[in-house]
Design a protein around this ligand. Structure first.
Ligand code: SF4
Length: 689
């Protein structure tokens, strides 16, 4: 530690922000972060980074960092020792388990934390506490995409790599804004489009940067993607442009699928999606003429009641045209957090052990029972949406959450906060005193990625190591250590000395990670799952068949979920999403001076037409009201949005501006992902403008 103070140290790390998974060296002297130095050897980004990866690290030295455990006393929190906090947690969580049963407790994991931390958290919930009530924030974003992929091709991950996206002849982006949300990945598409003749179609209700660059920008009506995707697929089949050979050899269910498309005529799509016949035909023709097509999608698709079905429609289109298992093709749901892929992969889900093996599968469960030496629950647990409902009706009494700002990012946050206040006992573990922590009984101080070792898995299934650059601040501890401490306080006898030992255990149990090891991840090396026992990666999925017993993919018929008919007083549609500078809700980037001074607050985007109608200009103050809450915002007039469609970035420092005061508790029918993108509001112009 003393050496660390006086010398410049260079430590390889992986970005703590988005799912692209850039890696670089961080130069430190003592606790000062001198610079971020990317390398040509970095497998994803080479010498590129975005503003967050380059400048967004000073939050680790923020004065707001938690450095001691806190225990609630009435309305305030007092600092405590680790021993005191751990014994209180053991007494209370253990007490609820003994009195109300294992399923009266719920566990929320973190997509900002490592694979190893997620692995031991699900092991704790399952083997020590005896429940499958464990979930992570992919429930808020990409679960519908995972589910659409599992229905059709079998595995819940991007089917190729960022390299494949770069090689595609045509990239179709649906409901995503990668120039801001996945910046370095977007630069790859921008370059291929500008310099190498790649074609680009962007479908989005907001004219984002990629839409401006696109050869074709589709602006469908909100919540109508399934309609136009199905109409384009039907048109392709009607022209005889489907990939016959691929379908015959690799795909089941073509006839039933073709019949299911009967309603999706061009006329029907024109009426219901608002896209013109010409736009629909042009899209079909561009896909037909392209030798290799990738489809990228994100929350604009998934955060709807029909999110899984639209994700399925995307996979159906790719299967019909034979765009899988070749370089430059495939399905790419773009992952949000840096380790949302890994959190799911390593089993913090109510229905899956690590590697997507079902908890209800007897053979799989007995493998884990043998290894862990306990009997395990055989029924899937509650997902995080169901957990909140189960607090309301008294089934869930206690919760342990780490690295997740659930009071703020779950939809209908007024309701979620009310539920958190009802919990008998709530443990929150984080690097900052989050909004969620306000509802906690015990708050545990954790260490961010620069203060620990571990691995993250990016959107393309690439596992990369990050190394400790700084000592944990104050009395904070790495999350894996805290989880082990809590487990031991509740009767476990774990003695992991380093995250590599946790990874070794996961690799020995989950076939998907059989050949993963820290030795093989040294330096800039990485591994892409599934990783065979000899350590070799699988960059392109399904070249040996799809992940079903017969090796064939499934065309999966889906129906359109009609958009809500909003009450007349809620006359505006409210879209929401990210900003380049801030990450998600902003709980790390608002603690970064470098970033906060650049973008200090959020705003509401209003179209020029609507601004003229309401007599407002940029800078006007408005109140948005939905049936679930209200927020106050400052207006920016821009033609990025059209007509009665508004856009509100989801990040903010102020709860009074937070989009989730307005969102409902409606969810995707299959995965319970909140339908954040289906909100209607009214806008009141405030006098004090
Ligand atoms: Fe980090 Fe994503 Fe930016 Fe890369 S693109 S530096 S992973 S935030």
């Amino acid at each position: 530690a003393s050496m660390r103070k006086s010398r410049i140290e260079k430590t390889k790390t992986v970005c703590t922000y988005c799912g692209v998974g850039c890696s670089f060296e961080v130069w430190t002297k003592g606790r000062d972060i001198l610079k971020i130095e990317p390398s040509v050897d970095a497998p994803v980004n080479g010498v590129s980074t975005c503003i967050k990866g380059k400048w967004g690290w000073d939050f680790v030295n923020s004065e707001e960092r938690l450095t001691k455990p806190l225990i609630r006393q009435g309305d305030r929190f007092v600092e405590s020792s680790w021993d005191e906090a751990l014994s209180l947690i053991a007494e209370k969580l253990g007490g609820i388990r003994d009195q109300h049963g294992s399923d009266a407790l719920a566990y929320i994991a973190s997509s900002k934390c490592s694979n190893e931390e997620n692995y031991i958290f699900q092991k704790f919930a399952r083997s020590i506490m005896g429940t499958n009530n464990v979930d992570n924030c992919s429930r808020y974003c990409q679960s519908p995409a995972t589910s659409g992929l599992m229905r059709t091709v079998g595995l819940g991950g991007d089917t190729g790599t960022i390299q494949d996206i770069q090689q595609a002849e045509l990239v179709l982006i649906v409901g995503a804004n990668p120039a801001e949300s996945h910046p370095v990945l977007a630069t790859r598409v921008k370059r291929a489009h500008k310099l190498h003749g790649q074609k680009l179609i962007v479908s989005d209700i907001r004219k984002n940067e990629m839409a401006e660059r696109a050869d074709l920008h589709l602006h469908p009506k909100p919540s109508s993607d399934l309609v136009w995707l199905s109409a384009v697929t039907k048109y392709i089949i009607d022209q005889g442009w489907e990939n016959r050979e691929f379908l015959d050899q690799h795909v089941e269910g073509f006839d039933a699928y073709r019949e299911s498309l009967a309603p999706y005529t061009l006329e029907y799509a024109e009426e219901n999606s608002g896209l013109s016949r010409e736009e629909l035909i042009r899209t079909a023709e561009m896909i037909h003429q392209s030798g290799s097509t990738c489809i990228l999608w994100a929350m604009g698709v998934t955060q709807h009641r029909g999110g899984t079905d639209t994700s399925t429609a995307i996979c159906n289109l790719l299967l019909t045209t034979g765009n899988f298992a070749r370089p430059g093709t495939g399905a790419y749901p773009l992952r949000g957090h840096n380790n949302v892929q890994g959190a799911c992969d390593f089993g913090t889900m109510p229905n899956f052990f690590p590697g997507y093996e079902k908890v209800s599968d007897d053979a799989v469960r007995s493998r884990y029972e043998q290894a862990w030496g306990v009997k395990l629950p055989d029924q899937p647990g509650l997902d995080n949406h169901q957990m909140v409902d189960a607090i309301e009706d008294g089934r869930i009494k206690g919760m342990y959450l780490f690295g997740e700002e659930m009071a703020f990012v779950d939809s209908n946050s007024n309701f979620v906060e009310e539920m958190f206040a009802k919990l008998d006992f709530f443990v929150v573990q984080d690097i900052f005193f989050s909004r969620t922590a306000q509802f906690a009984d015990v708050v545990l101080p954790a260490s961010p990625s620069l203060e620990k070792d571990g691995t993250f898995t990016n959107t393309e299934r690439r596992i990369q190591r990050f190394h400790q650059a700084l000592e944990p601040l104050g009395d904070s501890r790495p999350d894996w250590r805290i989880i082990q401490d809590v487990a031991n306080a509740l009767g476990a006898n774990w003695n992991y000395r380093h995250p590599s030992e946790i990874m070794d255990e996961a690799a020995s149990l989950a076939p998907m990670f059989a050949g993963v090891s820290y030795e093989r991840l040294e330096g800039w090396s990485s591994q892409v799952w599934p990783v065979k026992p000899d350590g070799s990666s699988t960059e392109l999925l399904y070249t040996d068949g799809f992940a079903f017993p017969d090796g064939k993919a499934r065309l999966y018929p889906v129906d359109w979920t009609l958009p809500f008919e909003p009450e007349a007083e809620y006359d505006l549609h409210l879209n929401n999403g990210r900003l380049l500078e801030h990450f998600h809700e902003g709980n790390m980037t608002y603690q970064s001076e470098n970033i906060r001074h650049k973008v200090p607050s959020t705003w509401l985007e209003v179209s020029p037409e609507l601004a003229a109608e309401r007599g407002i200009e940029t800078g006007a103050k408005v109140r948005l009201v939905s049936p679930f809450g209200a927020v106050k915002l400052s207006v920016v007039v821009t033609d990025r949005v059209r007509g009665k469609e508004l856009y509100l970035p989801m990040n903010t420092q102020h709860a009074s501006e937070a989009v989730n005061r307005l969102t409902s508790s409606h969810t995707d029918k299959v995965t319970h992902t909140p339908s954040y993108k289906e909100i209607n509001v009214r806008m009141e112009v405030l006098e004090d403008r």
